[in-house]
Design a protein around this ligand. Structure first.
Ligand code: MN
Length: 290
């Protein structure tokens, strides 16, 4: 029963109510790494050992208010950020009503599109916020359940998939609207928000039955449930592993439901996923890149 977070300057904490138990010393169990570094996240690959060490530290570890820290992505070094396009039928409907996606006016679903990859440099935590780089264009929010792979593999059978999951997070797959490929428009710095913490699978009875919400400055935008996924969590892992060798720390954005819409600098996205938690993510103006 664990919510583990990364906060401030790469400290590690257990989230208990509105407090964080600082168990950073548990990182001492991690093996030292040298070149070539493994294409995996060292913490996620050794999560069981870290959590065991954290459990021993917990009683005497310092506690601090959750509200006082900056939450970073619980996965520091995701080897891959895999994402599902159009994985809810009602989002397909709204994308078609809105004139299409990418190069296509006739928007199809994940069954036709498969998966895409986002740059791992786009990953931030909920405390870091989202930067708008092109204010003259529309940037949309997409709240999504995120799956973090704990045990790698290739060609994982459906019945084995959930055994490869390290945990679940809330995700924001931020999207610059336009004609460019998804891998460009969705990979700007800060466009993959992951957090606010990692929830271990024992806390999530069924990842395909989680309510989620997103409001912008108090106005409801997204109200949905993962029961409406076209490819459910097991199928996403099975499908992804048929194409990519999965590694510890790989992140899968499972797709956004209906209700996507624009955000601008100065606004706040309030997001929640059942069993994971609720968090606010700020939107701010970025320095222009060119
Ligand atoms: Mn998405």
């Amino acid at each position: 029963m664990t919510k583990i977070c990364r906060f401030n300057h790469d400290r590690i904490g257990l989230v208990e109510g509105d407090e964080i138990v600082d168990v950073t010393a548990a990182l001492d169990v991690l093996p030292s790494a040298r070149w070539p570094l493994p294409t995996s996240d060292l913490l996620i690959a050794n999560l069981d050992a870290v959590l065991a060490a954290a459990g021993k530290l917990r009683a005497t570890a310092p506690r601090l208010p959750l509200a006082s820290v900056t939450l970073l992505s619980p996965v520091a070094n995701p080897p891959k950020v895999i994402a599902a396009p159009v994985n809810y039928l009602k989002h397909q409907d709204e994308a078609n009503a809105d004139g299409g996606v990418n190069f296509a006016k006739d928007v199809k679903t994940i069954k036709e599109y498969g998966l895409f990859l986002k740059a791992n440099s786009s990953v931030v935590g909920t405390g870091e916020g989202v930067e708008i780089a092109y204010p003259e264009r529309r940037t949309d929010h997409e709240v999504e359940l995120v799956v973090v792979i704990g045990k790698g593999g290739r060609n994982i059978a459906r019945e084995d998939t959930l055994g490869h999951v390290a945990g679940y997070c809330l995700g924001l797959d931020m999207t610059l609207r336009g004609t460019e490929d998804r891998s460009l428009r969705k990979s700007l710095d800060t466009f993959s928000v992951v957090g606010p913490w990692l929830v271990t699978p024992d806390e999530i009875a069924d990842p395909n039955a989680l309510a989620m919400t997103l409001d912008v400055d108090g106005a409801p935008r997204q109200r949905a449930n993962t029961r409406d996924l076209i490819f459910d969590v097991q199928q996403l892992i099975e499908y992804a592993s048929a194409y990519y060798t999965l590694a510890p720390g790989d992140i899968i954005f499972t797709g956004t439901p209906e209700g996507v819409g624009p955000v601008e600098a100065g606004e706040v996205m309030a997001c929640s996923i059942e069993g994971i938690g609720a968090v606010e993510v700020a939107v701010r103006q970025a320095a222009r890149q060119y």
